[in-house]
Design a protein around this ligand. Structure first.
Ligand SMILES: C[S@@+](CC[C@H](N)C(=O)[O-])C[C@H]1O[C@@H](n2cnc3c(N)ncnc32)[C@H](O)[C@@H]1O
Length: 169
């Protein structure tokens, strides 16, 4: 029996640990902060489609849906995908088990959210820029905790940075 528990714990550690090769480890944004940000910094509405790249337990998705927005998450840890599905009964919320570096963001995307890390933040910004270029429309990018080096943000509050990314060419 002890082996079962040891393997289980080892499996969970591996699941949560291996993602650091591809992005930030699981640490949730504080719920109170995100509720304020989705009202004050970028007031979400039913016209928005928010994409969380690295959606963790889906807390951001549920917060966005509470404001009436559609919310789509991409998450590499299958356990967190299952937890998101269990906790998110709102039909506005969906989550995909996927590496966000390898997917094309949906054409309906109006805002991309991330709680990433300093290593990846510029690359994430570029991915959103590619999305704006592809669909020839403005796409907002909200980053928690990390500023994009060399890029002027549109708004900043507490630990959130909001960028308005315009299509190029
Ligand atoms: C710092 S947590 C943020 C969770 C959530 N967005 C929040 O703010 O509460 C980062 C999440 O990104 C996931 N992640 C890291 N790299 C990823 C990748 N390449 N593709 C999809 N998910 C990834 C991790 O498993 C983790 O759940």
């Amino acid at each position: 029996m002890i082996w079962f528990w040891l393997w289980l714990v080892a499996g969970i550690i591996v699941l949560f640990g291996f993602v650091v090769v591809r992005g930030a480890p699981y640490v949730p944004t504080r719920r109170k902060l995100i509720d304020e940000a989705f009202k004050d910094l970028y007031p979400l509405s039913k016209d928005d489609v928010l994409v969380d790249i690295g959606s963790g337990d889906g807390m951001i998705l549920r917060a966005a849906a509470r404001q009436g927005a559609r919310a789509i998450g991409y998450e590499l840890n299958p356990l967190l995908v299952v937890i998101t599905k269990l906790l998110s009964r709102n039909p506005l919320v969906s989550v995909h088990f996927a590496d966000f570096w390898l997917i094309t963001l949906p054409s309906e995307t109006t805002i991309v959210y991330t709680f990433g890390d300093s290593r990846d933040i510029k690359k994430m910004y570029k991915k959103v820029q590619q999305t704006a270029n592809r669909y020839k429309k403005n796409v907002y990018f909200m980053s928690f905790g990390f500023k994009v080096p060399g890029i002027k943000y549109e708004k900043h509050d507490k630990s959130f940075y909001l960028y308005k990314i315009k299509p190029q060419n």
